[in-house]
Design a protein around this ligand. Sequence first.
Ligand code: GTP
Length: 310
Amino acid sequence: MKKKVLLMGASGSGKTSMRSLIFSNNPASSTARLGATIDVEQNHVRFLGDLILNLWDCGGQDAFMDSYLTTQRSTIFQHVGVMIYVFDAETREINKDLEYYRDCLDGLTQCSPDAAVFLLVHKMDLVQEPKSTMFDKKREELQKASGDVAITVFGTSIYDESLYRAWSSIVHTLIPNAAVLSRHLTKFADGCSATEVILFERTTFLVIATSSPSTSDANSSSSPDSSSAYDFHQMNPKRYERTSELIKAFKWSCSRVREEFHALEMDMYDFTAVLDEMTRNTYVMVVVHDPTIETAAIKLNIRMARKKFE
Ligand code: GTP
């Protein structure tokens, strides 16, 4: 199953940088050396089992944009699963950016009416005014420019975890059996008396699915010895994307000393976390807040669950 992902936006808005961070495990500091993308760079990324992401990084210089909208129109906008349009948060050419965006949206709705649209207000680290005020204003502006088309907007930066949050949510829409995976993870979490179980994609470390209860479940108190009795409000809401970011940074450090990353165990004073391979394409993280549960038992449970998830 191949899903086409269009990555579009003005030249210099940061498209290739984010691709390089998420899919090639490069650090943010290396992106300053990237040259402008000429025309379209296509990449195939085997994401999960049969799911292949066909990523089209479209160079954003005007001449290329004009060509996507005219001669290459049907090639670019046909069979698209997701379009990600990147806006530089600090752009001085917002009107021009919006004009190109509207033209691309027209092409997309014409050739791939079912495609999902994600808009990234990128380089948020450079924004001086209060970020949330600026972001809300921008989101409103983008919603207006999109007319009736449903959009999802994220504020992102390559210098923090926000990029992982956005991309995890984007790929989540492309995974056909995400809900089933979540159900299996919840069962697995119960079986291990884990507070939470998270499934990551192997190369990108994007979150694929989690066992977490919905907010309403988290609010209701259950039996005190059950894992769901843990107060989810105490958990950092950014924990998933922070983990993706930290593990990617750790993997990069490993590669610098020519070591390969395999697994991780953390025994902290109030919780234990084990990160280990689940399937060929995934890693699983099991978080337990019960000191009586041994790390070895968690690892054994992961080993036994592998077949089910393969
Ligand atoms: P084209 O290939 O011409 O379409 O440009 P592009 O959108 O691919 O831009 P590219 O990824 O080459 O990034 C341009 C510059 O922006 C690089 O110097 C990056 O280091 C910088 N950049 C990318 N993301 C961020 C970010 O989140 N914050 C900051 N401060 N700089 C960023």
